[in-house]
Write a protein of this length. Sequence first.
Length: 126
Amino acid sequence: MKPATHPKPARQVTVLQRAAKAKGPPGLSTGWVLKGELAMRGVKVVTGVRYDRIDDGGLHYATDAGPAVIAADTIVVCAGQESERRLYDALTARGMGAHLIGGAETAAELDALRAIEAGTRLGLTI
């Protein structure tokens, strides 16, 4: 059987993760499938990240290897499982476009699948 081919993505996507490696779900086999799918689509994954700031230069972060910057026209922040609106409120107060989804929007009875679906739907529109 020939592996599926994917068209070249319209954007470069980089996923940053604070943890040094994935914890908990998805399960082992699901995790490998997801990692393979991301790799086939050219998604870069960086783990062990410490966030610094977002400015006109992009998203500034650091890992054990040192500081780095991703020049970006769109940044999606998915962090934590408690409603946290400070960044959203600060961005919208400056007139910048921002979206509030997942646990940042409603953390009560947080459902990871709901948050992932909301992120996916938003990503398809921006």
